[in-house]
Design a protein around this ligand. Structure first.
Ligand code: SF4
Ligand code: SF4
Length: 290
């Protein structure tokens, strides 16, 4: 089963839930965590994985042979991202805008365009958890590169069999393309939020996104009791299941601040996360492995 853990915004505790869920499940079943927040991965800070494999992620960008180019402008017309332009009788390519779709070289009538790979990031994988039973994968977008989705897709290609593994995807915050790339193919999406006006505003956007993707979803309210009741009212009105509430507790915040593992210090949270996983299994319709 693949469960994406997402949030409409940063700072809601999404990575805390993802990493502690992995630490809860690893005792019972093969578990994998894919940290798809490639611009700022931080699941490794809590899981301390031993990295065993590093792979480069590259993107093919166009290179123009001016001796073969007749400046017809077709490449420029084809590119939806304005990454190749005809100006002043020359063709200019802008690799930082290129999505590597290959359209320009495909449509160039003179064969003037070839492709060269540029590095856009890395995927690191290894093992973490008690006896190294969590398979850990994360991506890192190279500084200065703007294209997170290809790195996210490279992380997701490392996913093990979803029948055998509990696979947890730690999605980036927000509702943009990288979040969609992270969540596509998941069996369920857990939206982590907090009971504040900002939390509600971002949850509404996240709900619209998962509905558009047709992924079943539910809500986890973190730091429950801190804010108001608007969030719960919204969930009730829209028949959105609240699968778990984790109360605000200064001890949890202190544990998180020093990079501690909540489920190791607070057994009640481990039980709560086990119960949450079972609820998700039920909603997805898979037999419980817990
Ligand atoms: S499509 Fe090919 S020939 Fe036409 S402008 Fe682009 S590179 Fe030159
Ligand atoms: S490969 Fe695609 S995105 Fe890149 S310049 Fe060519 S058409 Fe544009």
């Amino acid at each position: 089963m693949i469960v994406a853990i997402a949030s409409g915004k940063g700072g809601t505790g999404k990575t805390t839930i993802a990493t502690n869920m992995a630490l809860t499940l690893e005792e019972a079943m093969p578990t994998q965590i894919l940290d798809c927040d490639v611009e700022e991965p931080n699941a490794h800070l809590f899981l301390n994985p031993a990295v065993a494999n590093i792979e480069l992620v590259t993107l093919p960008v166009p290179v123009v042979d001016e001796t073969r180019c007749d400046v017809c402008g077709r490449c420029s017309a084809v590119c939806a991202f304005h990454a190749i332009l005809v100006m002043g009788g020359r063709v200019l390519a802008f690799p930082e805008l290129c999505h590597g779709c290959g359209g320009c070289s495909l449509f160039c009538p003179t064969g003037a365009i070839s492709e060269k790979p540029i590095d856009i990031g890395v995927v690191e994988s290894g093992w973490a958890g008690g006896d190294g039973r969590i398979n850990f994968v994360h991506g890192k977008l190279k500084v200065g590169r703007a294209l997170a989705p290809p790195v996210i897709r490279a992380v997701k290609r490392k996913a093990h069999s979803k029948e055998a593994y509990a696979i947890i995807i730690d999605a980036p915050p927000g509702t943009s393309c990288p979040v969609v790339a992270s969540m596509v193919g998941s069996d369920f999406c857990l939206l982590v939020t907090e009971p504040t006006p900002f939390g509600l505003n971002d949850l509404v956007l996240a709900v619209e996104m998962v509905k558009a993707l047709k992924i079943p979803f539910g809500v986890l309210i973190n730091r429950s009791g801190l804010g108001d009741e608007e969030l719960k009212a919204y969930c009730e009105q829209n028949q959105i299941p609240i699968l778990l509430e984790i109360p605000f507790d200064r001890r949890y915040a202190a544990c998180y601040a020093r990079g501690g593992r909540l489920v190791e210090e607070f057994p009640e949270l481990k039980e709560a996360l086990r119960g949450l996983w079972q609820k998700i299994e039920k909603k997805v319709g898979v037999e419980s492995k817990l």
